[in-house]
Design a binder for this molecule. Structure first.
Ligand code: TYM
Length: 335
């Protein structure tokens, strides 16, 4: 294996609370796959986070393994990236407890994801949902990463992580590296195809394109995508007045590498009836190899098991070092 000592460290995770979707791919994973050469990378399945909302246990297990298969199919080579399941590395839960004692009630109350999820799941506003950002800070700080590549919606949690790290360092010396969020310029916030005012999310199946969707389903979803209510039926990038079109343009730009100017020129004089299927086709072509490869990998359970076991072992080695340091700093007696 290559020497990673001098490389900067990068870490990120996704909740296996459903199938991965285009927002996860364009906002996060696709960028991760490009970074393996340059960085020492850790990517995980955030299964502990998912139980803040009730999950069906067999489905959660399936989604977790499927997500691992999809990570690999998206280009995350397990030889060059540490891929692991969060609950396999118990240091996450342990550090989360400590960091929870350095995170303020007021800070947690201001988190948008907490506000959103507690309004969506008003029957189950549990303590885990509230303290979720302390677990996320632990996920990150255990590995001393330089960067955390995420979509726009996770910026607030990353900023809180920085505040917690700084607070801890101010008390105990330089224990944690203070990481930077790393947010892509295009694709950081993919919106729902049926409601361009809300972000694409697995809970809204009609407006969401899943990585495992078949090309005909992808085409159907794009043909039905909401564009504009204004009368100017042209392809022009203006997120304020034409949020639906801007979203489709961002998706098209992310999949084809074209700029917004080039896209406007390409569709000049053509209506949405031409534009929407073109976006659908670009997405279907981008996702086709990922779907085929994940289906193939999913069948090889022994391979998947060897990947997540090896990943957890490697992740634990790093995580243990940080946790030992933290325990010593806060005054716990060494074993
Ligand atoms: P999650 O599981 O909701 O999303 C995973 C990643 O996908 C990005 N993303 C999007 N990007 C663009 N457009 C969208 N519509 C869209 N929807 C999701 C997210 O920004 C994220 O990068 N709390 C995290 C999971 C997590 C984590 C971590 C991330 C747990 N621990 C440590 C980084 C580091 C979450 O709920 O992401």
């Amino acid at each position: 294996m290559e020497n990673t000592i001098e490389k900067k460290v990068l870490l990120s995770g996704i909740q296996p609370s459903g199938d991965l979707h285009l927002g996860n791919y364009l906002g996060a994973i696709r960028n991760w796959a490009r970074l393996a050469d340059e960085f020492d990378c850790y990517f995980f399945m955030a299964d502990m986070h998912t139980i803040t909302v009730r999950q069906d246990p067999p489905t959660l297990r399936r989604h977790t393994l499927q997500q691992l298969a999809q990570y690999i199919a998206c280009g995350l080579d397990p030889q060059r990236n540490t891929l692991f399941i969060q609950s396999h590395v118990h240091e996450h839960a342990e550090l989360a407890w400590v960091l929870g004692c350095y995170t303020m009630f007021g800070e947690l109350s201001r988190m948008t994801q907490f506000k959103d999820k507690s309004s969506k799941h008003s029957e189950n506003i549990n303590a885990g949902l509230f303290t979720y950002p302390a677990l996320m800070a632990a996920d990150i700080l255990l590995y001393q990463p330089d960067y955390v590549p995420v979509g726009e919606d996770q910026k607030q949690h990353c900023e809180l992580t920085r505040d917690i790290a700084q607070r801890f360092n101010n008390l105990y010396g330089e224990v944690f590296k203070v990481p930077e969020p790393y947010i892509p310029k295009v694709g950081a916030r993919i919106m729902s195809l049926t409601d361009p005012a809300s972000k694409m999310s697995k809970s809204d199946a009609a407006g969401c394109v899943f990585l495992l969707d078949k090309p005909e389903d992808i085409m159907r979803k794009f043909k039905k995508a909401v564009t504009d209510s204004d009368t100017e039926r042209c392809v022009r990038y203006d997120p304020q007045t034409k949020p639906g079109v801007a979203n489709l343009m961002s998706i098209y730009a992310s999949c084809t590498g074209r700029t917004f100017d080039e896209i406007e020129a390409e569709f000049e004089g053509k209506g949405y009836g031409v534009f929407k299927p073109a976006v659908g086709e670009a997405v279907a072509e981008t996702l086709r190899p990922i779907r085929e490869e994940s289906e193939r990998i999913m069948k090889d359970k022994a391979y998947l098991e060897s990947v997540y076991r090896d990943g957890a072992e490697r992740a634990s080695r790093t995580a243990r070092r940080t946790l030992n340091k933290v325990y010593k700093k806060v005054g716990f007696v060494a074993k």
